[in-house]
Design a protein around this ligand. Sequence first.
Ligand code: FHN
Length: 442
Amino acid sequence: MKKNILMISLMILMSSAVFAQKNYLEESKEAKTKRMQWWDDATFGMFIHWGIYSVPAGEYNGKGGGAEWIMETHKIPTAEYEKYAAQFNPQQFDAKQWVEIAKNAGVKYIVITSKHHDGFSMWDSKLTKYDIMDASPFKRDILKELSDACKAGGIKFALYHSIMDWHQPDAMSKGSIHQNTVNPDFNKYREEYLKPQLAELIKKYDPAILWFDGEWIPEWTEAQGKDLYNYLRNIKPSLIINNRVGKGRDGMQGVKKYKDAAGDYDTPEQEILAGAGQDYWESCMTINNNWGYVKADHNWKSSQTLIDNLVDITAKGGNYLLNVGPSPEGLIPGPSVERLKEMGDWLKVNKEAIYATKGGKTYKEGEHIRFTQSNNGKFTYAIFNKADNNELLLKTVQPKEGSKIYMLGVKEPLVWTKKGGDVLIKLPAELPCKYAWTIKMM
Ligand code: FHN
């Protein structure tokens, strides 16, 4: 008898050990720091919003508006919207070329939409026929081609995935214009579609990050977010997941509303934190006015603005996730490519002040100077985009007495003198780049 009880308790012990899910919500600070290090050092990512919404390109029945939201904006019935899938045939899509554009920009990771709110799957999914392989004439696995090109190019591959889904009957918020079933069963959508698709994405394309969105629907809760976070981290422990996996995001400012909100980093959208961030954070922004492709949107941000944003965000300890919206032909718009190339040229000269640096309490002086520090604290970088009479005056952060200071991209040390309590730096006659310059000091 005793032997049987021992055997049974041993079997229960073993079976629970086999299926024991680790609780990553209780991950130690050290473990998280180690896991986030590459992301923190990377600083600059490229967002890609691409899907069948690029076919209408921001116009429906002669009316503008919508981009990736066009189905909702123009209240397009599902059967009508599905026709865009049959027209999506981006023959000029070249994943290697996209990765080349990203590398020339100095981008270290790419986040592409696997499924946006419209519910269309941009990969070969076993869970649905509403995907690139079955519903479009293109019949190529876009995510596989891009993840392979990223791996070959040394760029981290990551996925944006929408919790909200306007196509899955059980995902419909009650009263949603897309609701096409009387009693949607959200739990069924979550357990039998959302989570299995995410497991499929991790298994097939090994994303370094899952970037959630569409979490604002009433059916989604923080508890479901915490469960999903743990579920995903148990599949891939090194996975990084943003704070839109739960309900902890405080609007477009994107910071956590409460300390234990699920997710590894904050996600301000179309804005930059006012001051140095308290946690890991990433500002996502469009390069014109839309996330998805809009043929009539020519409001491209200048290279000066884009570089100023990168510097400001880095000085405040954040990452910059800059978006491109490829065309239905599979091309990243020319004006985006030009600006990304200019950012890459600037980073070739000033990368030491951007990658693997940390922001700090003193992150700025006036409107034209930002400060970053090397991770080991040995060097401070003053990055400025305006200087008068070929001189720069520093009041708050100053080089050590007698130390040499340099401008990144210039070989010879710069001449600097004390002027009252300030430091006056003579700038080189010939500057090494456009838009902004970096003084390296100890
Ligand atoms: O509704 C989405 C929008 O389409 C876009 O994906 C942005 C970028 O993250 N996020 C949501 C709006 O906050």
